[in-house]
Design a protein around this ligand. Structure first.
Ligand SMILES: Nc1ncnc2c1ncn2[C@@H]1O[C@H](COP(=O)(O)OP(=O)(O)OP(=O)(O)O)[C@@H](O)[C@H]1O
Length: 257
């Protein structure tokens, strides 16, 4: 589903990503871990089109997407949620879900003018879809609350909901477990599993190791802008290079990775 080849991204002289290559099969939940500053967020941003890579290739379903504008990538079904939940704080949960899909007929002046019936129909379909997404994420109760009044965990769920509104095939999920209380964390894990069972592929950055080890296979480990290793939870847990990287040592990174 996703192929990253020799990817590099530099900021000035700093190699935030330095020759990263990996492949992701369809319908996996792949974890991306690594110590602070390893390059995980930069990798996400480069895949999602926020940054153009300095070098390398990114293929989504066999199609080159490196350097494309974020909205073009979004519309291909590759959707990124943000590290800090960023729903519009003064809008309700329902509104936050309904604003996601772009190119609605209602956004075009001419269609509004000439085709009000069509606009109403689409608005209703969008509303129904938002309600279904909210129900799936157990957000129905808070549908009419302003997003700023939700808990951190509920905001994460809204962020996932907003990704779902875009009918994604691949979701890049940024720290779904950050700042979430344990019961809501279990619910988020459960929802991700369910979406995975329905055919959605995930790549997720997460610092919560329990969550990663529980949910992800395979796990990619980054350090110093490079891919240190890829393996199962058991392999990652017992690999001394991973331990070294987290302890701030100088991890040995093979050129091949
Ligand atoms: N926009 C930018 N301009 C300059 N340097 C940047 C920029 N974004 C990231 N970097 C640098 O690139 C390196 C990788 O940062 P990145 O945020 O990708 O790491 P990370 O693995 O996501 O870290 P964390 O787990 O702390 O979020 C760091 O040295 C960081 O300072």
């Amino acid at each position: 589903m996703l192929e990253v080849k020799g990817l590099g991204k530099e900021f000035g002289g700093l190699k935030a990503i330095d020759g990263v290559s990996f492949e992701m099969r369809k319908n996996t939940i792949t974890g991306l871990i690594g110590p602070n500053g390893a390059g995980k967020t930069t990798l996400f941003n480069t895949i999602a089109g926020v940054y153009a890579p300095t070098r390398g290739e990114i293929l989504f379903k066999g199609e080159h997407i490196e350097g494309l504008q974020p909205h073009r990538i979004f519309h291909k079904g590759l959707v990124r949620t943000f590290q800090i939940p960023r729903p519009f704080p003064d809008m309700t949960v329902l509104e936050n879900l309904m604003v996601v899909p772009a190119g609605q007929t209602g956004e075009r002046f001419w269609n509004n003018w000439f085709r009000p019936g069509k606009v109403n129909e689409e608005e209703r379909a969008l509303h129904d879809k938002a309600c279904e997404v909210a129900e799936f994420l157990n957000l129905t109760r808070v549908l009419n609350l302003q997003a700023k009044n939700l808990s951190g965990g509920q905001q994460k769920l809204v962020e996932i909901g907003r990704a779902l509104m875009a009918d994604p095939e691949l979701i890049l999920l940024d720290e779904p477990g950050a700042g979430v209380n344990p019961s809501l964390l279990a619910e988020i894990i459960d929802r991700i599993r369910e979406l995975h069972a329905r055919g959605i592929t995930f790549l997720l950055i997460e610092h919560n190791m329990d969550m990663v080890m529980n949910l992800c296979d395979p796990i990619l480990v980054m350090a110093n802008g490079r891919l240190l290793m890829e393996g199962s939870a058991a392999e990652v847990r017992t690999d001394s290079r991973v331990l070294d990287a987290y302890l701030g040592g100088e991890p040995e990174v093979s050129e091949a990775s």
